[in-house]
Design a protein around this ligand. Structure first.
Ligand SMILES: [Mg+2]
Length: 432
């Protein structure tokens, strides 16, 4: 039931099958129907398989497998590098297509979106037929294979989308009353939201299936896995959230700039400030779940003339050190005549949702660094933005960016974001 209304909603989850591989086959039709894998460096056998086409999966190729092992299993495997720009364009085209049927579309990852059909004319056909038509249109116009799950809540729609993958029609309508029949026999790991650790804990107490979890005494479940236990049981009763939030257009860029109290005389002096700016931009990108490929650096000289340099990174960036590395290469392209300078700004654009590496991919490149950055975000969220600083920003004007008494905590409120995004041209330097 929809919260508060007492009326069942029609929540759908559309999921592109093997998104990266499917997009590659559309871009290069000779790859269609072939065993195909996407890996960051196709020439490196240690590279990890990010996605495999269904044909490759049938030959034993798995996500997160080293390429060398995948090629042993399937010697004629075609391997292509990821193309994030293509995925972003595909997502955009698919979003526009679904919006012909309903305005309420919410992307949850590069290849998955919730949509709500309540009150939409297409629903007169019934939810299943409506989704079969949407799926058919996506297939016909974009060539994309998708699965669509339908139910009354987000969780049940997500579970329905898994069932849809096994249904030849690619569409599955999971009525809450059919949950015992459809979901209860599944192993506990199949429950969306239960990771390997929680599954292990439940299995140790002989809770092996979703049905056994549904039937467990609530207090026992809570003592095993905490409050999540009662949430999981409520989800299975169809009492979970059902709101689909209308997509807000993602920010076109995320930027920070700083006007210095005293002009900065040299590249050397500017570096720690650029590190602080890169750090601020990176943490806002991560909080928005975004990464971007265009990195730009603005420097304003003492005559108030602005100079910009921009580059396109090979991979989308959202980590401080990655952004800073690009910014330093941009800095090298400025003439000495911009110094002394009075303002610098760092901006990342060409934004798209951060790619989630597969959950089992503990050694994926960048994943450890990303985990570290997210830990840093959490510590700052809790103890204040200046609780953790990059050592080389200490004592520089860049340190001011973290000063909550001066700026408020941008981490909590976005106040600094708003402030440093304002046009600062012509403003007198802020007094120390
Ligand atoms: Mg998918």
């Amino acid at each position: 039931m929809a919260e508060g209304t007492g009326r069942a909603k029609t929540i759908c989850l559309v999921d592109v099958n093997a998104m990266f591989a499917s997009c590659a086959a559309i871009a290069e039709p000779s790859l269609a129907g072939q065993p195909l894998a996407v890996a960051i460096d196709p020439s490196d056998r240690r590279s990890i398989v990010l996605t495999a086409s269904y044909e490759a999966r049938a030959r034993g190729v798995r996500t997160a497998m080293p390429l060398g092992q995948a090629l042993l299993a399937c010697p004629d495997l075609a391997v292509v590098p990821p193309d994030h720009e293509l995925y972003r364009r595909t997502q955009e085209a698919m979003g526009a297509l679904i919006e012909r049927f309903t305005p309420l579309v919410e992307w949850v990852s590069i290849d998955e979106a919730f949509f709500d059909l309540d009150g939409c004319p297409i629903l007169v056909k019934g939810a299943w037929a409506a989704c079969a038509e949407i799926r058919g249109t996506i297939g016909r116009e974009l060539g994309l294979p998708v699965s669509i799950g339908i139910s009354t809540t987000r969780f049940l729609a997500k579970m329905a989308s898994h069932l849809a993958k096994k249904d030849p029609s690619g569409v599955f309508w999971l009525h809450p009353k059919d949950v015992p029949q459809e979901l209860h026999p599944l192993p506990i790991e199949a429950f969306h939201g239960i990771g390997p650790k929680t599954a292990e804990r439940l299995q140790a107490f002989s809770i092996l299936t979703i049905g056994q979890m549904a039937a467990a005494p609530p207090h026992q479940l809570v003592s095993l896995i905490g409050q999540a236990g009662s949430t999981f049981q409520a989800e299975l009763r169809g009492e979970g959230p059902s709101a689909v939030r209308q997509a807000t257009r993602p920010a076109k860029s995320i930027s920070h700039e700083l006007t210095f109290a005293q002009d900065i005389a040299s590249q050397e002096g500017l570096r720690p400030i650029l590190l602080a700016l890169s750090d601020q931009v990176a943490s806002r990108l991560r909080r928005s779940g975004l990464a971007g490929r265009q990195v730009s650096l603005t420097v304003r000289d003492r005559f108030f003339s602005s100079h910009d340099r921009q580059l396109t990174a090979k991979q989308p960036v959202c980590l401080t050190e990655d952004i800073f590395r690009q910014v330093l290469s941009l800095l090298a392209r400025f003439p000495e005549s911009v110094f002394p300078c009075r303002l610098a700004g760092v901006s990342v654009s060409g934004l798209a949702p951060i790619e989630e590496p597969p959950a089992t991919l503990f050694d994926a490149p960048g994943q450890a660094r990303r985990a570290l950055a997210e830990t840093l975000d959490q510590i700052r969220g809790r103890f204040g933005e200046d609780s953790m600083l990059w050592a080389s920003t200490l004592g520089s004007a860049g340190q001011e960016l973290y000063d909550a008494t001066r700026h408020g905590s941008s981490f909590r409120t976005g106040a600094l974001a708003a402030r440093s995004d304002q046009r600062q041209k012509g403003r007198p330097p802020r007094p120390k």
